[in-house]
Each structure stands twice: as C-alpha cells, then as structure tokens.
Design a binder for this molecule. Structure first.
Ligand SMILES: NC(=O)c1ccc[n+]([C@@H]2O[C@H](COP(=O)([O-])OP(=O)(O)OC[C@H]3O[C@@H](n4cnc5c(N)ncnc54)[C@H](OP(=O)(O)O)[C@@H]3O)[C@@H](O)[C@H]2O)c1
Length: 261
C-alpha cells in the first residue's frame, strides 16, 4: 500500500514540537504541503525548512496563540484566504492538571475555549473548501483519559470527551461530502510535555527521570513510550484516500495502555 498526499494541503495545530511536529514531518514525507502552527516563530521557521519537500511542495507556518481565541480566529481566517486546507489536524496544547475539588468555574471556561472552541472554529472554517472539492480529512488529537479518566486531569477528561461526541455528530453531517472525521486517543508519547510532567514528579518523589520513564513505559502492554513519528504514521493513513471508508471513530494509539475494550 502506498500513501500519497501529493497535492493536498495540511494544517497541523501545535506543531512546532512534540506530537504535532511528528505529524507534520510524516505528512510532508507523504507529499503533502504542510502549515505548521504554534507560538514560537523561530522554531516554526526552522521546521518549515526541514520538512520534506522532495515532491516540490511548499510549506508554511502560522504564528498564533490558541489561548487568545479572538486573535486565533483572525489568524486562521487570514491564513485560509491564501492556503485552503484539505487535511486538518486539530491539536491543541493540553489544559492544566487539577482535581474536581480544586478547579474553579473559570478554569472550565478557559479549558473549553482552548480544547473545544478553537477546534470547532478551525473545523468550521475549513469545511467549505473541503465540500467544494469533495475531499476532506479532519483528525482530532485527544487522549486515552476520555475512556479511563485520571482523577488529576479533570479538564482534559471532561472536555475532550465532548470532542469525541462532537466529532461523531460531525462525521454524520460531513460524510455525504466525502469528508471524514476521526479522533485519536493519545497514550504516552515522548515529547517535551511528557518530560516536563516527569521532571515535576521527580522533584516531588525523589525518583530519577529514568525510573519515572520506566514506570510509565511499564503501564503499556508494549512496555515502551511512543515516538512522535509513530503518531504521524497513523495520521498519514487517516489523511489518505486509503482511509476513505473510515469515519466517526475514536482510535487509541497508546502501546496498549488502555485496559478497557
Ligand atoms: N505527550 C503525551 O504523552 C500526551 C498524552 C496524552 C495527550 N497528549 C496531548 O497531545 C497534545 C500534544 O501534546 P505534546 O506532548 O506534543 O505537547 P508539547 O510537546 O508540549 O507540544 C505542544 C505544541 O503546542 C504548541 N502550543 C503550546 N501552547 C500553545 C498556544 N497557546 N497556542 C498555540 N500553540 C501552542 C507548542 O508550540 P509553542 O510552544 O511554539 O507554542 C507545541 O508545538 C496535547 O493536547 C496533550 O495534552 C499528549
């Protein structure tokens, strides 16, 4: 099976590093033209120059801040005027941790803007073009915690669960136009965010980073943590015409972390 995304333009949220960067690199390897997004202009510029362009495709970057919804909306609309999107990867930064008893009403409102409203806005903004071409791919980065919630990650558990049902509804609405909508339930991936989480745990527990990394890996059936490019492989498949019959799903990509079916 060959996956070719030549002639397609992909917009990838939160992609100056981490999972988003892994996705952007693999999409470009499959021939797509990619727009990477984030706050760090320097990193985005370097990444755009490093992305595979062996199919003659051009890549772009969009500097924006998803924490400021109105600015974000303007930035997206300006970018789409120049570069209509065939493949949208909805990847936002994660919300802060917190237990139910600690979180305030405003924390939920902020997290809803970040995790739900940015995604809904971006998706609505790209679908007209997708409808006009009869092809579109919407892929949402979510988390395994929507199936097996972690008590300290209430904002993520709660609001990301709503993305899954939103995506299912949308898949039914957009299916007749040749647009698929799928979500990925993310397990542990080797990124700066994960390193930061372990660094904080190491300070609290006195354990070394290596010990904590090994404990994390041991929670997965495959006994290791995923690499960002492995995330990219699944996204490339979902983005391709080979996945034309796959929509409305929520696929765990977690090395066997989830115990439930
Ligand atoms: N890694 C894991 O094990 C794991 C597990 C479950 C779920 N997830 C979820 O997967 C997503 C990606 O995680 P990751 O590990 O790749 O995170 P990461 O390494 O921290 O990368 C986050 C990306 O988002 C961008 N970003 C951060 N704040 C932003 C903002 N305000 N506006 C625009 N862009 C922003 C960052 O770029 P700039 O700093 O340049 O803005 C970066 O490109 C997150 O939602 C996370 O909760 C990750």
């Amino acid at each position: 099976m060959e996956i070719s995304l030549i002639g397609k333009h992909a917009l990838v949220g939160g992609s100056s590093k981490g999972i988003g960067e892994g996705i952007a690199r693999e999409l470009a390897r499959c021939g797509a033209s990619v727009t990477v997004m984030g706050r760090s202009e320097g990193k985005l510029q370097i990444l755009v120059n490093e992305l595979d362009s062996s199919n003659g495709q051009e890549h772009h970057y969009l500097t924006t801040d998803m924490m400021h919804l109105e600015r974000y909306k303007n930035d997206i609309l300006e970018h789409l005027k120049k570069y209509p999107v065939d493949i949208l990867v909805n990847n936002t930064p994660g919300p802060p941790p917190g237990f139910v008893g600690e979180l305030r009403d405003e924390d939920y409102a902020k997290a809803f803007d970040l995790l739900f409203r940015t995604i809904n806005f971006t998706t609505q903004a790209v679908t007209e073009h997708m409808k006009s071409t009869g092809f579109g791919r919407i892929i949402n980065v979510t988390s395994v915690t929507i199936k097996e919630p972690k008590p300290e990650l209430v904002l993520s558990n709660t609001i990301r669960a709503s993305i899954i049902t939103w995506a299912k509804s949308l898949s039914q609405e957009l299916g007749p136009f040749g647009i698929t909508v799928n979500s990925i339930l993310t397990g542990y991936f080797d990124t700066e965010r994960l390193e930061e989480v372990n660094r904080k745990k190491a300070e609290r527990s006195g354990k070394s980073m290596d010990e904590l990394q090994a404990e994390m890996a041991a929670q997965n059936s495959l006994n290791r943590i995923g690499q960002p490019e492995e995330y990219g492989y699944l996204v490339c498949f979902l983005a391709s015409d080979k996945a034309a019959y796959l929509t409305g799903t929520a696929i765990p990509l977690d090395g066997g972390y989830l115990r439930s079916v």
